[in-house]
Design a binder for this molecule. Structure first.
Ligand SMILES: [Fe+2]
Length: 205
């Protein structure tokens, strides 16, 4: 045993029923996300288990078991965290954010429309994800871009909105029209959930 890993296996969270009743995002699409999410949970558990027995003396930056496991672990964990955010904050009625999150949006983007326009464009420019996150060092919201589950999150920022723009998120419902899907995403956001995160994290407004 080269590493004494102390990790517990995790299980996939259940989907809330409202996710199967979204307006413009089909049950079939949600099931596609969920199947992938279950796969990320399984791989996270598998990789952590394998890391417990890895040979540290064979570590190598070109190829080594340690490298491959640790790189792919970030993909699995990203897939879990991103989808848990995604599932949690859908199921609402959209509109403009009016609570705690809305205050931050108005302060840092000028208006809800400006925030949405920037996040939508970021989602179209990305290959996998776009996030609105609060950067604790800069003290403001920013819309970050992601190409995969594990690129390119920044340190010390808390994601509040996670927009999945992988093809499985829209191809069934909209074909190549990612823009129409993003509009549907905004229309199903549950701002009460996002406001709850702002309160839980105690983000100053
Ligand atoms: Fe997804």
């Amino acid at each position: 045993m080269s590493l004494a890993y102390n990790h517990a296996e995790i299980v996939a969270r259940e989907l809330k029923p409202a996710l199967y009743e979204l307006d413009g995002i089909s049950r079939q699409t949600i099931e596609a996300h969920y199947k992938l999410y279950q796969g990320y949970v399984a791989k996270r558990n598998e990789i952590l288990g394998r890391l417990a027995g890895v040979d540290l003396s064979a570590a190598n930056q070109t190829y080594s078991e340690l490298r491959e496991l640790k790189v792919e672990l970030t993909f699995a964990i990203g897939g879990i965290k991103n989808h848990e955010l995604y599932f949690e904050h859908l199921g609402g009625v959209g509109g403009d954010p009016k609570g705690a999150f809305g205050e931050l949006v108005t302060r840092d983007f000028g208006s809800a429309d400006a925030w949405r326009a920037d996040l939508k464009a970021t989602g179209i420019a990305g290959r996998g994800w776009a996030w609105t996150a609060y950067d604790w060092d800069e003290g403001r919201l920013f819309n970050y871009i992601g190409d995969a589950q594990n690129s390119f999150p920044v340190w010390n920022a808390s994601p509040l909105v996670a927009l999945d723009v992988y093809e499985h998120a829209y191809f069934i419902d909209y074909g190549t029209d990612r823009s129409a899907y993003i509009d549907a995403f905004f229309a199903n956001l549950d701002y009460a959930v996002i406001d709850g995160w702002v309160e839980t994290y105690a983000i100053r407004r």
